[in-house]
Design a protein around this ligand. Structure first.
Ligand code: ADP
Ligand code: ADP
Length: 218
């Protein structure tokens, strides 16, 4: 089965904008797919539909497994919670007991290579570190599918390079499926096994490429 499957998906917003027009897309389990296109071509709309944050006007969307976890450009951490508590939020929502939450959050912070930040507040961290925390919180959903909407676009080039290495390593280690949206072609070529180009007005798939990535070993 595909990890994500869209058939004939269209989205018209109230007001009339046709953001997506008949999009077909299948993502295989374990694939790293980058969705590339100019601003306004419907990339965020497509991810929001896959995440179930909004409803399609036509067509069908299937996501394998019960959960897809979303990561945004803004880390969107709760400023009043400590870093560790932020990472614990998805665990708390699932009713994971406190001691286990603590342990899992600590492990996830290690996974994103953060040390000694559990009791800090988000504002005490740099932008790159905050995005690492956001990644740890996304992983806390234990979803096999990650939906990433320009997650590194606000970071400087060196910090972004470091996070590219991290997301690739984590994707390999955890056998995740990633659908990654970016307007940055270099970023897509750095990360994706497959690059899907979207055209604008209305958004539709115009072309796709396979990239033979030099991956680190699993
Ligand atoms: P991208 O992520 O590629 O920049 P979006 O999915 O955000 O594109 O937007 C696609 C089109 O839909 C754009 O023309 C945008 O203005 C429009 N759009 C996005 N969100 C809404 C909304 N909530 N209401 C009306 N139009 C919207
Ligand atoms: P930036 O600090 O520019 O936002 P990163 O989050 O990628 O970028 O981290 C840059 C460097 O800061 C890394 O090499 C990282 O090891 C180091 N660093 C500083 N403090 C910490 C910390 N508390 N935990 C983890 N790394 C840290």
């Amino acid at each position: 089965a595909d990890a994500v499957r869209l058939r004939g998906v269209s989205k018209r917003y109230p007001g009339g904008t046709l953001a997506l027009d008949g999009v077909d897309l299948a993502v295989r389990p374990g694939e790293f797919v980058c969705l590339v296109g100019a601003s306004g071509c419907g990339k965020s709309t497509l991810l929001n539909l896959v995440a179930g944050l909004d409803a399609a006007t036509a067509g069908s969307i299937e996501v394998d497994g019960d959960r897809a976890a979303f990561m945004f450009q803004e880390p969107a951490l709760f400023p009043w919670l400590k870093v560790g508590q932020n990472v614990e939020v998805p665990l708390k929502l699932r009713g994971v007991p406190r001691a286990e939450r603590r342990e899992r959050a600590a492990e996830l912070l290690r996974t994103v290579r953060l040390k000694d930040v559990t009791d800090k507040r988000p504002h005490e961290l740099s932008g790159g570190m905050r995005q690492r925390v956001a990644l740890a919180r996304t992983l806390a959903h234990d979803a096999s599918v990650l939906l990433m909407d320009e997650p590194f676009a606000a970071l400087d080039a060196m910090t972004r390079d470091a996070l590219h290495d991290e997301i690739e390593r984590i994707w390999l280690e955890r056998n995740l499926t990633v659908l990654f949206v970016t307007h940055n072609v270099r970023e897509a070529v750095r990360l994706g096994d497959r690059i899907i180009l979207l055209a604008s007005r209305p958004g539709r798939v115009i072309e796709e490429f396979h990239v033979d990535q030099p991956r680190p070993r699993r």
